[in-house]
Design a protein around this ligand. Structure first.
Ligand code: HEC
Ligand code: HEC
Length: 240
């Protein structure tokens, strides 16, 4: 955490340089320069940190929604909100498309707390991801995130290659209302139906599955229609 804080300070210092209003001496303001600041935390090697989520290769609409969410206060992580505070919708769209088009080979997620999941928890996690739990109205995660869990274009993210601690924190944020998507917020509904043990089980199982380097977000037509729950975020990116 201390490391994260000092990295954040470092990034704040360099970000304020790159985001400052251009002066006569400023280099041209290119997309490449803006994403350089992002890569300090979101690059492949850095991603083995227990917390930074991968963003490369996620569907552009999903990334765009998240950048809007950080900028407009529906997600809260001070460094992220700061990085995008001054950026226009159009610029955020370009940044999202840049990262969506990157497909580096990812190592398995950093193990984090998910490495301690026992056999029982892993079996429960696998069951929830592949089949859900009808008795608690929890749909299978694959029914929206794609059979290969590689995400679905344009706005549903893949779930492999994410650290378990990151996944746990997202479920915590949905439950406490600090991560929100456009209504109806399907992930907040699902988070409310999962027991704490279930979240640990599914994040443990997900974080132990190796991402497939060749996997790409699936086509929207590959999903059942209608989806098991409505998700407002799927419309949000069309009309931000
Ligand atoms: C200091 C490190 C840091 C920097 C610099 C940074 N990020 Fe992030 N980013 C994070 C962390 C940590 C999270 C997860 C926050 C949370 O818990 O919601 C995140 C989340 C995200 C997400 C959401 C990922 C998801 O799967 O939902 C996107 C998209 C993103 N960042 C894009 C960017 C872009 C674009 C930039 C550059 C303009 C950037 N980040 C710069 C640390 C950073
Ligand atoms: C009805 C469709 C649907 C189902 C079922 C569903 N999801 Fe999601 N999920 C979404 C959508 C849409 C998003 C993007 C939300 C947003 O824009 O913030 C999302 C986002 C996520 C994220 C955020 C990823 C990131 O990089 O931050 C995680 C983690 C997640 N879902 C896990 C799960 C798990 C685990 C299950 C099964 C228990 C599940 N989801 C079931 C639609 C669904």
């Amino acid at each position: 955490m201390t490391e994260l804080r000092s990295l954040a300070r470092l990034m704040l210092a360099s970000a304020s340089l790159s985001l400052a209003a251009p002066t006569w001496a400023a280099p041209p303001d290119t997309l490449q320069q803006r994403v350089a600041a992002c890569i300090a935390c979101h690059a492949v090697e850095e991603r083995r940190d227990a917390y930074f989520p991968r963003i490369a290769g996620k569907p552009a609409g999903y990334l765009y929604n998240q950048l809007l969410n950080f900028r407009d206060g529906r997600r809260n992580y001070p460094m992220m909100s700061y990085m995008v505070a001054q950026l226009s919708d159009e610029y955020l769209r370009e940044i999202a498309e840049f990262f969506a088009a990157q497909h580096p080979v990812y190592p398995p997620a950093a193990p984090g707390s998910g490495a301690n999941a026992g056999a029982g928890a892993l079996a429960r996690g696998r069951q929830l991801v592949l089949h859900g739990d009808a008795s608690r109205k929890i749909p299978a995660c694959v029914s929206c995130h794609g059979a290969a869990l590689g995400g679905v274009a344009p706005a549903i993210p893949g779930l492999l290659g994410l650290p378990s601690d990151y996944i746990n924190a997202q479920f915590g944020a949905w439950r406490s209302g600090t991560r929100r998507a456009a209504a109806p917020d399907c992930m907040a509904d699902i988070a409310g139906r999962l027991a704490a043990d279930d979240v640990a089980a599914l994040s443990g199982w997900l974080s132990q599955q190796a991402p497939d380097a060749a996997a790409r977000p699936a086509a929207a037509q590959s999903l059942p229609a209608p989806l098991p729950l409505r998700c407002g975020g799927l419309d949000q990116q069309v009309t931000p």
